[in-house]
Design a protein around this ligand. Sequence first.
Ligand code: C5P
Length: 287
Amino acid sequence: MKFPTVFLFMLSLFSPAKVNLFLRILSKRNDGYHNLSSVFQAVSLGDVLNVSLHHKDELTCDNPSLPVDGSNLVLKAVQLFRNKTGLKLYFKVQLNKKIPFQAGLGGGSSNAATMLWACNQLAKTFIPSAILQQWSGEIGSDVPFFFSLGTAHCTGRGECVHDLPFLGDQSLFILKPQGGLSTPEVFRRLSVNHPVCEQVNRTDVETFLTGSFSYFNDLEKAAFEINPELLKLKLLLLEQGFKHVVMSGSGSSFFCLGEAALPKLSNVTIFSTRFINRSASNWYKVS
Ligand code: C5P
Protein backbone atom coordinates (compact mmCIF):
# COMPACT_ATOMS: atom_id res chain seq x y z
CA MET A 1 0.00 0.00 0.00
CA LYS A 2 1.28 3.48 -0.88
CA PHE A 3 1.08 6.27 1.70
CA PRO A 4 1.10 9.91 0.65
CA THR A 5 4.41 11.57 1.45
CA VAL A 6 3.98 14.55 3.79
CA PHE A 7 6.89 16.89 4.27
CA LEU A 8 6.68 18.58 7.65
CA PHE A 9 9.48 21.09 7.50
CA MET A 10 10.26 23.32 10.45
CA LEU A 11 12.87 26.07 10.48
CA SER A 12 14.49 26.90 13.80
CA LEU A 13 16.05 30.35 13.68
CA PHE A 14 17.98 32.37 16.24
CA SER A 15 16.72 35.95 16.71
CA PRO A 16 19.43 38.12 18.32
CA ALA A 17 19.12 41.21 20.48
CA LYS A 18 21.03 44.39 19.58
CA VAL A 19 22.80 47.09 21.52
CA ASN A 20 23.45 50.65 20.36
CA LEU A 21 27.18 51.27 20.87
CA PHE A 22 26.51 54.95 20.37
CA LEU A 23 23.22 56.69 19.71
CA ARG A 24 23.14 60.33 18.66
CA ILE A 25 19.83 62.11 18.15
CA LEU A 26 20.17 64.63 15.33
CA SER A 27 16.82 66.31 14.81
CA LYS A 28 13.07 66.05 15.22
CA ARG A 29 11.26 65.38 11.95
CA ASN A 30 7.90 66.60 10.70
CA ASP A 31 6.52 63.03 10.78
CA GLY A 32 7.11 62.85 14.56
CA TYR A 33 10.19 60.61 14.33
CA HIS A 34 13.76 61.66 15.12
CA ASN A 35 16.74 61.49 12.79
CA LEU A 36 19.52 59.61 14.48
CA SER A 37 23.02 58.27 13.94
CA SER A 38 23.83 55.03 15.72
CA VAL A 39 26.13 52.01 15.56
CA PHE A 40 24.01 48.91 16.14
CA GLN A 41 25.61 45.59 17.15
CA ALA A 42 23.95 42.16 17.28
CA VAL A 43 24.65 40.06 20.38
CA SER A 44 24.42 36.40 21.36
CA LEU A 45 21.48 37.01 23.74
CA GLY A 46 18.44 36.08 21.67
CA ASP A 47 15.15 34.32 21.13
CA VAL A 48 14.37 31.28 18.97
CA LEU A 49 11.60 31.11 16.38
CA ASN A 50 10.41 27.67 15.26
CA VAL A 51 8.50 28.25 12.02
CA SER A 52 6.60 25.98 9.62
CA LEU A 53 4.00 26.43 6.87
CA HIS A 54 0.44 25.98 8.19
CA HIS A 55 -3.17 26.34 7.05
CA LYS A 56 -3.56 29.54 9.15
CA ASP A 57 -1.35 31.91 11.13
CA GLU A 58 -0.69 30.60 14.63
CA LEU A 59 1.72 32.19 17.10
CA THR A 60 2.54 30.74 20.52
CA CYS A 61 5.11 31.98 23.00
CA ASP A 62 6.67 30.42 26.12
CA ASN A 63 6.25 33.78 27.90
CA PRO A 64 2.53 34.28 28.63
CA SER A 65 2.92 38.05 29.12
CA LEU A 66 3.69 38.59 25.42
CA PRO A 67 0.59 39.30 23.26
CA VAL A 68 0.33 36.74 20.45
CA ASP A 69 -2.37 38.58 18.48
CA GLY A 70 -1.98 40.79 15.39
CA SER A 71 -0.13 43.42 17.47
CA ASN A 72 2.88 41.08 17.72
CA LEU A 73 5.59 42.10 15.24
CA VAL A 74 6.02 38.45 14.17
CA LEU A 75 2.48 38.41 12.77
CA LYS A 76 2.97 41.90 11.29
CA ALA A 77 5.98 40.48 9.41
CA VAL A 78 3.86 37.57 8.07
CA GLN A 79 1.15 39.99 6.91
CA LEU A 80 3.77 42.21 5.26
CA PHE A 81 5.22 39.18 3.43
CA ARG A 82 1.77 38.23 2.12
CA ASN A 83 0.99 41.82 1.06
CA LYS A 84 4.30 42.28 -0.75
CA THR A 85 4.39 38.89 -2.51
CA GLY A 86 0.65 38.36 -3.07
CA LEU A 87 1.13 34.76 -1.84
CA LYS A 88 -1.60 33.20 0.30
CA LEU A 89 0.76 31.39 2.66
CA TYR A 90 0.26 31.01 6.42
CA PHE A 91 2.69 30.10 9.18
CA LYS A 92 2.84 28.40 12.55
CA VAL A 93 5.37 30.07 14.85
CA GLN A 94 6.55 28.99 18.25
CA LEU A 95 8.57 31.75 19.93
CA ASN A 96 11.00 31.03 22.79
CA LYS A 97 11.61 34.37 24.45
CA LYS A 98 14.81 35.35 26.25
CA ILE A 99 15.19 39.00 25.22
CA PRO A 100 13.47 41.20 27.83
CA PHE A 101 10.75 43.62 26.68
CA GLN A 102 10.90 47.41 26.90
CA ALA A 103 14.63 47.06 27.22
CA GLY A 104 16.00 48.92 24.15
CA LEU A 105 17.38 45.60 22.89
CA GLY A 106 15.24 45.37 19.74
CA GLY A 107 13.64 42.04 20.68
CA GLY A 108 10.36 42.55 18.79
CA SER A 109 12.18 44.07 15.80
CA SER A 110 14.59 41.14 15.66
CA ASN A 111 11.69 38.66 15.81
CA ALA A 112 10.02 40.48 12.88
CA ALA A 113 13.21 40.43 10.76
CA THR A 114 13.80 36.75 11.59
CA MET A 115 10.21 35.94 10.64
CA LEU A 116 10.55 37.70 7.26
CA TRP A 117 13.73 35.68 6.61
CA ALA A 118 11.83 32.49 7.58
CA CYS A 119 8.88 33.32 5.26
CA ASN A 120 11.29 33.82 2.36
CA GLN A 121 12.99 30.47 3.08
CA LEU A 122 9.83 28.42 3.59
CA ALA A 123 8.03 29.98 0.61
CA LYS A 124 11.17 29.49 -1.52
CA THR A 125 10.64 33.00 -2.92
CA PHE A 126 14.40 33.83 -3.01
CA ILE A 127 13.76 37.54 -2.41
CA PRO A 128 17.13 39.29 -1.96
CA SER A 129 17.80 40.29 1.61
CA ALA A 130 18.24 43.95 0.54
CA ILE A 131 14.57 43.90 -0.54
CA LEU A 132 13.42 42.24 2.68
CA GLN A 133 15.41 44.92 4.51
CA GLN A 134 13.65 47.68 2.58
CA TRP A 135 10.20 46.17 3.24
CA SER A 136 10.95 45.66 6.92
CA GLY A 137 11.19 49.40 7.62
CA GLU A 138 7.38 49.43 7.37
CA ILE A 139 7.20 47.29 10.54
CA GLY A 140 9.47 49.48 12.69
CA SER A 141 12.57 51.66 12.61
CA ASP A 142 14.88 49.04 14.16
CA VAL A 143 13.84 46.07 11.99
CA PRO A 144 16.05 46.77 8.90
CA PHE A 145 19.23 46.65 11.03
CA PHE A 146 18.82 42.88 11.50
CA PHE A 147 19.27 42.37 7.72
CA SER A 148 22.79 43.79 8.04
CA LEU A 149 25.59 41.36 8.90
CA GLY A 150 25.38 42.31 12.58
CA THR A 151 27.40 45.52 12.83
CA ALA A 152 26.00 48.60 11.13
CA HIS A 153 25.73 52.37 11.16
CA CYS A 154 22.05 53.30 11.04
CA THR A 155 20.71 56.72 10.11
CA GLY A 156 17.38 58.32 9.15
CA ARG A 157 14.85 57.11 11.75
CA GLY A 158 17.06 54.00 12.00
CA GLU A 159 16.02 52.36 8.75
CA CYS A 160 19.00 53.50 6.59
CA VAL A 161 21.51 50.74 7.29
CA HIS A 162 25.19 50.79 6.29
CA ASP A 163 27.19 47.64 7.08
CA LEU A 164 30.40 48.18 9.04
CA PRO A 165 33.44 45.92 9.49
CA PHE A 166 32.99 43.38 12.30
CA LEU A 167 34.26 44.53 15.69
CA GLY A 168 35.54 41.13 16.88
CA ASP A 169 34.43 38.70 19.54
CA GLN A 170 33.83 41.23 22.32
CA SER A 171 32.10 40.04 25.49
CA LEU A 172 29.79 42.26 27.51
CA PHE A 173 27.18 42.22 30.25
CA ILE A 174 23.64 43.40 29.62
CA LEU A 175 21.67 44.44 32.69
CA LYS A 176 17.91 44.82 32.60
CA PRO A 177 16.28 46.55 35.60
CA GLN A 178 12.81 45.30 36.49
CA GLY A 179 10.95 48.33 35.10
CA GLY A 180 10.93 48.86 31.34
CA LEU A 181 10.67 52.09 29.36
CA SER A 182 8.26 52.93 26.56
CA THR A 183 10.10 54.06 23.40
CA PRO A 184 7.54 56.76 22.40
CA GLU A 185 7.56 58.13 25.96
CA VAL A 186 11.36 58.48 26.03
CA PHE A 187 11.37 60.21 22.62
CA ARG A 188 8.50 62.49 23.69
CA ARG A 189 10.38 63.57 26.81
CA LEU A 190 13.47 64.22 24.73
CA SER A 191 11.73 66.65 22.40
CA VAL A 192 10.16 68.56 25.29
CA ASN A 193 13.15 69.00 27.58
CA HIS A 194 16.25 68.46 25.51
CA PRO A 195 16.89 70.47 22.38
CA VAL A 196 18.47 68.13 19.84
CA CYS A 197 21.58 68.66 17.76
CA GLU A 198 20.64 69.80 14.24
CA GLN A 199 24.06 69.04 12.78
CA VAL A 200 24.86 65.62 11.34
CA ASN A 201 27.95 64.60 13.25
CA ARG A 202 29.88 62.62 10.67
CA THR A 203 32.86 62.25 12.93
CA ASP A 204 31.05 59.87 15.31
CA VAL A 205 31.19 56.87 13.02
CA GLU A 206 34.60 57.83 11.60
CA THR A 207 36.01 58.06 15.13
CA PHE A 208 34.44 54.73 15.89
CA LEU A 209 36.00 53.05 12.88
CA THR A 210 39.48 54.35 13.59
CA GLY A 211 39.39 52.47 16.88
CA SER A 212 38.89 55.37 19.32
CA PHE A 213 35.54 53.89 20.26
CA SER A 214 33.28 56.27 22.05
CA TYR A 215 30.09 54.95 23.61
CA PHE A 216 27.19 57.22 24.50
CA ASN A 217 23.43 57.50 24.23
CA ASP A 218 21.61 60.83 23.79
CA LEU A 219 18.39 59.23 25.13
CA GLU A 220 19.87 58.62 28.58
CA LYS A 221 18.95 62.03 30.03
CA ALA A 222 15.30 61.64 29.05
CA ALA A 223 15.22 58.06 30.37
CA PHE A 224 16.81 59.11 33.69
CA GLU A 225 14.15 61.81 34.09
CA ILE A 226 11.43 59.19 33.71
CA ASN A 227 13.18 56.76 36.06
CA PRO A 228 15.95 58.30 38.27
CA GLU A 229 16.85 54.80 39.55
CA LEU A 230 18.48 54.18 36.16
CA LEU A 231 21.07 56.92 36.71
CA LYS A 232 21.86 55.43 40.15
CA LEU A 233 22.40 52.02 38.54
CA LYS A 234 24.70 53.49 35.86
CA LEU A 235 26.81 55.31 38.48
CA LEU A 236 27.05 52.19 40.64
CA LEU A 237 28.30 50.14 37.68
CA LEU A 238 30.87 52.78 36.72
CA GLU A 239 32.08 52.89 40.35
CA GLN A 240 32.47 49.14 40.15
CA GLY A 241 35.17 49.65 37.50
CA PHE A 242 33.44 49.02 34.16
CA LYS A 243 35.04 51.13 31.43
CA HIS A 244 31.75 51.86 29.67
CA VAL A 245 28.20 51.64 31.00
CA VAL A 246 25.69 52.84 28.42
CA MET A 247 21.94 52.50 28.05
CA SER A 248 20.85 50.64 24.91
CA GLY A 249 18.28 52.27 22.61
CA SER A 250 15.45 53.85 24.56
CA GLY A 251 16.27 51.70 27.64
CA SER A 252 15.85 50.50 30.23
CA SER A 253 18.76 48.06 29.81
CA PHE A 254 22.47 48.93 30.02
CA PHE A 255 25.47 47.25 28.49
CA CYS A 256 28.77 47.15 30.38
CA LEU A 257 32.17 46.81 28.71
CA GLY A 258 35.44 46.22 30.52
CA GLU A 259 36.75 43.96 33.22
CA ALA A 260 34.91 44.41 36.51
CA ALA A 261 32.97 42.37 39.01
CA LEU A 262 29.22 42.83 39.07
CA PRO A 263 27.84 44.13 42.37
CA LYS A 264 24.98 42.36 44.17
CA LEU A 265 21.84 43.79 42.58
CA SER A 266 18.23 43.10 43.35
CA ASN A 267 15.52 43.40 40.69
CA VAL A 268 18.08 43.42 37.88
CA THR A 269 18.46 40.58 35.37
CA ILE A 270 22.01 40.05 34.15
CA PHE A 271 22.98 38.51 30.81
CA SER A 272 26.56 37.59 29.96
CA THR A 273 26.77 37.88 26.18
CA ARG A 274 29.03 38.76 23.22
CA PHE A 275 28.98 40.47 19.85
CA ILE A 276 27.89 38.25 16.93
CA ASN A 277 27.83 38.60 13.16
CA ARG A 278 26.47 36.49 10.32
CA SER A 279 27.54 35.64 6.78
CA ALA A 280 25.55 37.09 3.86
CA SER A 281 23.89 33.76 2.99
CA ASN A 282 22.97 32.60 6.51
CA TRP A 283 20.84 33.95 9.32
CA TYR A 284 22.39 34.55 12.78
CA LYS A 285 23.58 31.52 14.72
CA VAL A 286 25.09 31.03 18.16
CA SER A 287 27.66 28.28 18.66
O1 C5P B 1 9.55 52.83 14.48
P1 C5P B 1 9.02 52.36 15.79
O2 C5P B 1 7.59 51.90 15.69
O3 C5P B 1 9.88 51.35 16.46
O4 C5P B 1 9.03 53.64 16.73
C1 C5P B 1 8.29 53.70 17.93
C2 C5P B 1 8.18 55.13 18.37
O5 C5P B 1 9.46 55.62 18.79
C3 C5P B 1 7.74 56.10 17.29
O6 C5P B 1 6.35 56.19 17.22
C4 C5P B 1 8.35 57.42 17.76
O7 C5P B 1 7.58 57.98 18.80
C5 C5P B 1 9.65 56.98 18.40
N1 C5P B 1 10.81 57.05 17.49
C6 C5P B 1 11.32 58.30 17.15
N2 C5P B 1 12.41 58.36 16.31
C7 C5P B 1 12.99 57.25 15.82
C8 C5P B 1 12.48 55.97 16.17
C9 C5P B 1 11.39 55.92 17.02
O8 C5P B 1 10.82 59.34 17.57
N3 C5P B 1 14.05 57.35 15.04
